[in-house]
Design a protein around this ligand. Structure first.
Ligand SMILES: [Zn+2]
Length: 409
C-alpha cells in the first residue's frame, strides 16, 4: 500500500496499499517512514563488521555514492510512500525490528524464517542502501504489462492472475483499458545491471549524465546480494513482499506512470506457504483492483481523516474485491470457501491495529467481505452486476456497522 509521486509529498500518503491516490490530508503514518529514515539517514556504516568480500564491495559502493544519497533515498521513500503498504510494514519489521514493530502473526513468522542464517551485517547494509525496495521501484516506474509476464516465482499464478485481470476489467464499469497489472520479480532485477542502474539512479538522484556511476554501483550491489546464499540472488521472497495499486489521477505534477497494480512474487509465496495459495492471490488482485475502482470513481476522499479514512478505503476495497470474487459473473467462488480463506488472510495481514494506517481489524475486514458476499448472493437478479457507484452507496450506508466489531480499535 499507496504511490512517483513527487506530488505525494503534498498529498498525505497513508498506510494503505494505494500509492499516489489523493486522500484527505492525514498525518497518518508520517511517524513511521520519516522517523525511521531520518534515524537511518545520517548513519555512517562501519564496514569492518562485514566479511572481507562484503567489506571490499561495501567500501567501493560507499565511496562511489553521491554525498547526499541517503537524503535522496529518504525523499524517494517519503514521496512514493512505498513503505506504506501493509505488506511492506511486516517486511520492515523483520528487516529492521529495531525501527518497525509488528505483532507476531503467521506471516511475520514466515518472513523471519526467510532471513534465517543471513549475515546480519550484510542485511543491515542492504537495508541502508534500500535494496529491499529496488524491485518495487523497478515495477512501479519501469514495469509494463506484456504477454510474456509471469506471476509467482515459477509462474505458478500466471494463468490465474492474468485471466482474473481480464475478468476484473470486464466486470467493473470503469474505464480500465489503461490499467496495467504488473508482476514484481527480484532475481531478474538484481541479475541485470542495466535495469538495476535505472532504479539506482532514481533512488539516489544520480543524473543521466552519470550513467557509468549508476551502472558501476549496480554491478557492486548485484555482487553483494550474491554473496549470501540466503538471499537467493534477489529471489528471496523478502525482496518482492508487496502488492499495491497506483494512480497519478489528480496528481499536481505527474511523472508519467500509468495506472497500475503491482503484485510481488514474495507476497504470493508467503500466502502459498501459509496454505492460502488457493484464493489469497486472487483476493489480493481483486482488492487492489478495488482501489483502481476507487481512483476512477473519486472514492478515496471523504470527510473522514486519519486511521478512519484509511480503514474506510481499505474495507471498501475488501468489499469490492469479495463482491467480484463471489458474483456469478465474477469469479463465482463459493462464498463459504472464500470467506474461510479471507478470515485467515486478514489475520496475517495487519501489522498493528493501533498503527494509524491499519486496514481495519481482521473482524472488521471479515465483516466487510461477508457483507459484500451477501450482497452478491442475495441479489434477486444474480446476473446483474451493480454499478461501482451504486455498490459504494450501499457500502457507505453499511460502513458504521462494519466497523462496529472492535470499534475501539
Ligand atoms: Zn488496500
Amino acid at each position: 500500500m499507496k504511490k512517483t509521486l513527487a506530488w505525494a509529498a503534498t498529498l498525505a500518503t497513508v498506510a494503505a496499499c494505494t500509492l499516489g491516490a489523493a486522500l484527505p490530508a492525514v498525518a497518518a503514518d508520517a511517524t513511521t517512514p520519516a522517523a525511521v529514515t531520518s534515524a537511518v539517514s545520517a548513519t555512517a556504516f562501519d564496514t569492518s563488521r562485514l566479511s572481507p568480500e562484503a567489506k571490499a564491495l561495501a567500501d567501493q559502493i560507499l565511496a562511489k555514492l553521491p554525498a547526499d544519497w541517503q537524503q535522496h533515498r529518504d525523499a524517494a521513500i517519503a514521496k512514493y510512500g512505498i513503505h506504506d503498504t501493509q505488506w511492506a510494514g511486516i517486511r520492515d519489521s523483520v528487516i529492521d525490528p529495531g525501527d518497525y514493530q509488528c505483532q507476531a502473526t503467521a506471516l511475520r513468522d514466515y518472513q523471519q524464517g526467510l532471513l534465517t542464517g543471513a549475515d546480519p551485517g550484510l542485511l543491515f547494509l542492504l537495508s541502508l542502501l534500500g535494496a529491499p525496495d529496488m524491485p518495487t521501484y523497478d515495477a512501479l516506474f519501469f514495469g509494463s504489462e506484456s504477454k510474456s509476464d509471469t506471476f509467482g516465482a515459477n509462474g505458478e499464478y500466471t494463468n490465474q492472475l492474468t485471466s482474473e485481470g481480464k475478468d476484473l476489467k470486464r466486470f467493473w464499469d470503469i474505464d480500465s483499458a489503461d490499467i496495467q497489472i504488473v508482476p514484481m520479480h527480484g532475481g531478474d532485477l538484481f541479475s541485470s545491471p542495466e535495469r538495476l542502474a535505472r532504479v539506482i539512479s532514481l533512488m539516489y538522484g544520480i543524473p543521466e549524465t552519470n550513467k557509468d556511476t549508476a551502472l558501476f554501483l549496480a554491478h557492486l550491489i548485484g555482487h553483494l546480494i550474491n554473496l549470501d546464499p540466503v538471499l537467493q540472488g534477489g529471489n528471496n521472497p523478502i525482496f518482492t513482499f508487496n502488492a499495491f495499486a497506483f494512480t497519478e489521477k489528480h496528481s499536481p505534477n505527474p511523472v508519467g506512470v500509468s495506472d497500475r497494480i503491482v503484485v510481488g512474487d514474495g507476497i504470493l509465496q508467503g500466502m502459498s506457504a501459509l496454505g492460502l495459495g488457493d484464493t489469497a492471490p486472487r483476493a489480493i488482485l481483486a482488492h487492489e483492483f478495488g482501489h483502481q475502482v476507487q481512483f476512477a470513481d473519486g472514492l478515496t476522499a471523504s470527510r473522514l481523516t486519519g486511521p478512519e479514512a484509511t480503514r474506510r478505503v481499505e474495507l471498501m476495497a475488501d468489499a469490492y474485491g469479495t463482491y467480484f470474487l463471489t458474483h456469478s459473473r465474477g469469479e463465482a467462488l463459493n462464498a463459504k470457501r472464500l470467506l474461510d480463506s479471507e478470515k485467515s488472510f486478514y489475520m496475517v495481514g495487519d501489522c498493528g491495529f493501533s498503527s494509524p494506517g491499519h486496514h481495519g481489524t481482521p473482524n472488521q475486514r471479515f465483516a466487510a467481505s461477508a457483507w459484500a458476499a451477501s450482497v452478491a448472493d442475495n441479489a434477486a437478479n444474480q446476473g446483474h452486476i451493480l454499478p461501482s457507484l451504486a455498490f459504494d452507496a450501499l457500502f457507505e450506508a453499511k460502513l458504521p456497522d462494519l466497523v462496529k466489531p472492535d470499534a475501539a480499535n
